[in-house]
Design a protein around this ligand. Sequence first.
Ligand SMILES: [Zn+2]
Length: 461
Amino acid sequence: MLHRRVLAAILVFVLCFSSPQAVLSQSGGPMYIVQEGDTLYSIAIRFGTTVDDILSLNPQVEPSLLYPGMQIIIPGFEGVEGALVTTSVLAGQTLEVLEKVYASPREDIIRLNRILNPERLYIGQDLVLAEGEQTSSLQAFIFPVSETLLNTAAQQALNPWVLASYLDTPHLWVTPGKIGHIPAEESSLYPDPISNIMVNPTAVYQGRTLEVQVHASTGIRVSGALGDKVLTFVEYEEGGYIALQGIDAMAEPGLETLRVQLFTKDDGIPFYGFQQPIRIRNAGYGSDPVLTVPPESVDPVTTQAEADAVAEAVEAVSTEKRWGVVFAFPSPYTEAFPAVFGSRRNYNDLGYNSYHTGLDLFGNRDTQVTAPADGTVVMVDTLPARGQAIYIDHGWGVYSGYGHLSQVFVAEGEEVTTGQVIAMVGSTGRVTGPHLHWEIVVGGIPVDPLEWVERVFPAGD
Ligand SMILES: [Zn+2]
């Protein structure tokens, strides 16, 4: 009862104070299908309109009786027609591709999503599209880079002039990357022989791992980069390529450019590529209290030499994956941690200009350190900050590191297996007490080891 009275009051308010005339004069508009969990308010926010204007344009809607599947015309988009669908931007998708796949004019996509820069659609970006009538059983076709129209026509078993008409060109030459519609049974975003390109996750946190997979029906070569970091792809199954890259814990949150380029295997001719922004998310790392240590241990000359030595040890990308499903913890103390990964560090009050590159685990001189996965020992050394330290290569550019050790039982070049005792916890190097400093480095960048005891690589396996 109370609800009805409140509603009546709202309706009176709407009639008195809004100007429904302007909205009611709108003819048509895109149709939104109400989803589970929607409210009129959430719908209004999403499309930059108001509950009042939605109600004015949809007099049949009773706000208290909104149900999934209900159809609502969204005000403010006169001229945009079709059912609204939501999608996330996939790797390699540009406005041009979306326009073809959804038969939706790009101006409509830009208006509906209030896109300011159409060249910067980022991977994982949520979009609303007004899906138009599909013209027929046509699929979007991307004209391959470094291909001639004659060659492509031959590969597709098409008359070149017919292909030219699909690509809307009056000539037998065409700009690489141009998109047209060709008749086909199954639609694909990518040119032959690529079946899929996957970027996981589509928005990645600081201090976590980005995974890029490319799948093709025949052998190809893949290269890529994330910002100025070169991605190294390994073929991990027939036609399946993967690159793993850690995201710096202090990377600037925002958009970073992902580039992927595909080449023919034998002659190395580039046939497809894209560059597209991907979102780096702020992980919200905290700050440790100011730490007081001997001044010589934070001397930039010393710390840079140590950083360089570690960087060199963890640089190579070996092609064999040496871990099982996930990594194991390297010590029995897995519940609480004296220091977590990523927290901002300030030594001797010189400023918060560094971060904790690992996860610290409790332990003392009689605590064993065990290998978290199979691998090859690539470095055993005594370093100013990390003290006695070990680094192990686990393949695919993934390394684990151990610091402040009191005893080391392995040598450089030695193969280790999961659970093998490799060292004892200690307090060597720059420490305030005994503990194990555990690092995971991916593509040369330290990431949070806790990601690696739970996340499975490659995704989908
Ligand atoms: Zn540490």
